[in-house]
Design a protein around this ligand. Sequence first.
Ligand SMILES: Cc1cc2nc3c(=O)[nH]c(=O)nc-3n(C[C@H](O)[C@H](O)[C@H](O)COP(=O)(O)O)c2cc1C
Length: 386
Amino acid sequence: MHRRSFLRTVGGGVISAATAATLAGCSSALPPEAIAAWQGPGNEPDVRRWILAHAILAPHSHNLQSWLVDLSVPDEITLFIDRSRLLPETDPFSRQMMMSQGTFLELLDQAARQRGQRAEVTLFPEGVFAPTTVDARPTARVRLVADASVQADPLFSQVFRRRTNREAYEPRVPPTQALQAIAASTAGGAWRTGFVTTAEAAALAEHRRIAKEAWRIELTTPRTVLESFKVLRVGPREIAQHRDGISLNDPMVRALTALGLFDRSVAPAADDQATTGQLTEFNAHIDGTPAFYWLVTEGNDRVTQVNAGRAWVRAQLAATAQGLSMQPISQALQEYPEVAVPYREIHALLDAPAPRHTVQMWARLGYAPAIEPSPRRGLDAHIVKA
Ligand SMILES: Cc1cc2nc3c(=O)[nH]c(=O)nc-3n(C[C@H](O)[C@H](O)[C@H](O)COP(=O)(O)O)c2cc1C
């Protein structure tokens, strides 16, 4: 779901924004402890911890941060997926989860290079997961080897600046040279990436139509809405307590929650203002987005998914370096039955018919106002206790 301003309009305007702000104490800044990880590891002497303190800043679907690491073998990091943090309704085959393991590995690799370490990554060292489930075996084993010849990655400088930006984007189209820099950041991989901009009006209109329809479906399918509700963190107390999920900190939502007017155990009806208000805002953002990015793979095995995640964070870092923002719009890429038509349509539009091809990522791209980083649980929450 990924909405910051969820339920801004719920309650039919019963409470004014000003009243809500007063009730909730006004500030919409995130609690400092929730975003402390973005201060970085400082002079952390343990090189693995230093590296991992960067990896946990990776993007993850619904900000679930489903990363567990075992550090019991010296010079090694074994990565597992935290199976208590999955999204079975919207990500039934854990494809996005695998991509989110990939984003972590990419930042790990970049941070290792920064410290003169070569990260030798072996994916699925005890065997690859089945196509539809994940299990207790590791996703990756990483051996760190000191190597004076490793090259730093210029994208590393963007790790602390990268954000998933869900604001309205400016109408100006990113220049060709910026698009080329984003494409170049993942050149040579086993995927195809591309862009559509206002220069291709008919195609852009189709992108917008499919994105809006898929979002409408997700928001009006009770079980997919409820899945997002489970990871909503409303207000500073919940945000600081969980430091994951979808943070909602605007005064109106906080006030409605405090007044018991936002029941997260019930999916709002399709004509409820909670739904229509969100759709209106999302549609406006989509209609105002001047460019979209996509990443397509041939095949969709687990290794391909992890590597697509690595590519995605590289593209987002490259966009950041260009002063651009990105926001994934995953709804039409999801594999649950209700969204099958938009799924087929986006694959056809990108000349990537399924099942041979998979659109692994589709994202808004443009210039956007600066925003705060999103919460992180902190490194210790990810380390498997011996
Ligand atoms: C595979 C994948 C799918 C994602 N899908 C969406 C999406 O559909 N909508 C959205 O707003 N953000 C999406 N995100 C972004 C995450 O919500 C975001 O990474 C997370 O909230 C952490 O925020 P950050 O990227 O600013 O650090 C996705 C991220 C990944 C890795």
